[in-house]
Design a protein around this ligand. Structure first.
Ligand code: ZN
Length: 410
């Protein structure tokens, strides 16, 4: 073993020596070229966009102009912001900025304690004095899963509405803008730019869901799909990785299942800090899936908050039905319940639960259809327009709900 190590070191030394001699023998131009190539390798972010494998569907590059699902779309929208305030709240492991856009003045909530201690003192007012004189705070968290691009489309258009009253189709949303002006609004257009950058698709309409699973949740080295929920069985996602799914940041962290008492990801830390300091009345984490649009039942939060979330869910479903969008039968909906009465546990204290316990916010996950097709159902349940409408109707419903049903803390 030792002998082998000696020969190995000697071999490496000889290789290095020979390489140096070769470089010295090169002319100046070749030396400079080599230096530039080495520099590119050193400063290159850890991952670039994943290439689409031969045989997989191509990325649709003929998207409607309003379908703003790319990181460059966020950059362009942010460059044109005049009314809002933009902050970089964190930098991803891949070196990308995570932006937050703020509309409306921040109130002084006269905070004397953290939320947890205030609740222990039997009144959240010690954390934040929210009376009728203060504006409600609405918090939008864009995709933490990079392939769930529909939330970016919605939030880029929401910023455009906040600035101009219209979405990128030119459709008037002045009623939504008016409601925004009665609130403080915080928008993170994309919470996981690393994942979004690695996702090679800008839309999944008309594609089989297997493609999303492959590039979204990633593959093992042998090319098999991690899939859901196995993509959560290794965390951080390291080791047996072929394609690192867009689910994760470049460190392999899934922000939805981070370690909230000691976050692994800077992105998670920054999101929680906003919740802690802004005391949002209502918070959505935007996700996407293969089914109809729905707000999921939040877990490990106060029962009154689960009931409020159900009210919002029913209102929203009714709005989708009236608008002729994909919706659920009115008598079909989840009911609030307690978690995991029996072993083994299957319900997690996730980002949503953490957001609630750090700020008292009414936090929930929203799932938007992505427009997959299969042999059994060859037609997508949504069009590009539908996806934008589904997003914007959700946002307007959140403003409506919180303006009408706000919890007063005083
Ligand atoms: Zn998701």
């Amino acid at each position: 073993m030792e002998l082998f190590r000696y020969y190995s070191i000697q071999r490496h030394f000889e290789m290095g020596y020979n390489l140096l001699i070769t470089i010295f023998k090169m002319n100046k131009i070749k030396q400079k070229l080599l230096f530039i190539i080495l520099l590119i390798f050193i400063i290159k972010p850890s991952f670039s966009q994943v290439e689409i494998d031969d045989g997989d569907p191509l990325n649709n590059i003929n998207l409607p102009v309003f379908f703003k699902s790319k990181l460059s779309d966020i950059d362009k929208e942010i460059e044109n912001i005049k009314l809002g305030e933009v902050k970089t709240i964190a930098t991803s492991p891949g070196g990308l900025p995570i932006y937050a856009v703020y509309y409306g003045e921040k109130e002084n909530f006269h905070s004397k304690a953290n939320y947890n201690s205030a609740v222990a003192a039997k009144n959240p007012v010690f954390y934040a004095k929210k009376d009728s004189l203060t504006k409600p705070v609405v918090f939008f968290i864009g995709p933490v899963h990079g392939q769930e691009i529909e939330g970016i489309v919605g939030l880029v258009n929401l910023i455009h509405i906040a600035e101009t009253g219209k979405d990128h189709r030119g459709k008037d949303w002045s009623s939504l803008k008016n409601k925004m002006e009665k609130c403080r609004t915080i928008i993170i257009p994309c919470a996981n730019p690393d994942g979004r950058k690695r996702c090679p698709y800008d839309s999944f309409i008309g594609l089989p869901s297997k493609i999303m699973t492959k590039y979204g949740q990633g593959t093992r080295k042998d090319g098999t799909l991690w899939g859901w929920p196995k993509a959560k069985s290794v965390h951080p996602m390291h080791g047996d990785v072929g394609i690192l799914g867009a689910y994760f940041n470049d460190d392999g962290i899934n922000l939805m299942q981070d370690e909230y008492f000691s976050p692994m990801a800077k992105e998670t830390e920054a999101i929680l800090k906003i919740a802690r300091t802004e005391a949002p009345d209502i918070t959505v984490s935007l996700h996407s899936h293969s089914n109809k649009p729905i707000i999921l039942s939040p877990a490990f939060i106060a029962m009154f908050m689960k009931n409020r979330t159900l009210d919002l869910t029913l209102n929203l479903n009714e709005k989708y039905r009236k608008a002729g969008l994909a919706s659920w039968p009115s008598d079909w909906m989840w009911t609030p319940k307690i978690e995991d009465e029996k072993f083994p546990p299957k319900t997690t204290f996730n980002l949503i639960s953490a957001l609630h316990h750090i700020s008292g916010t009414m936090a929930f996950t929203f799932e938007c259809p992505q427009g997959f097709v299969s042999a059994d159902s060859p037609n997508s349940i949504v069009s590009f327009d539908d996806i934008l409408d589904i997003q914007l109707i959700l946002y307007e419903e959140m403003f409506d709900y919180i303006l009408k049903n706000r919890l007063i803390w005083n």
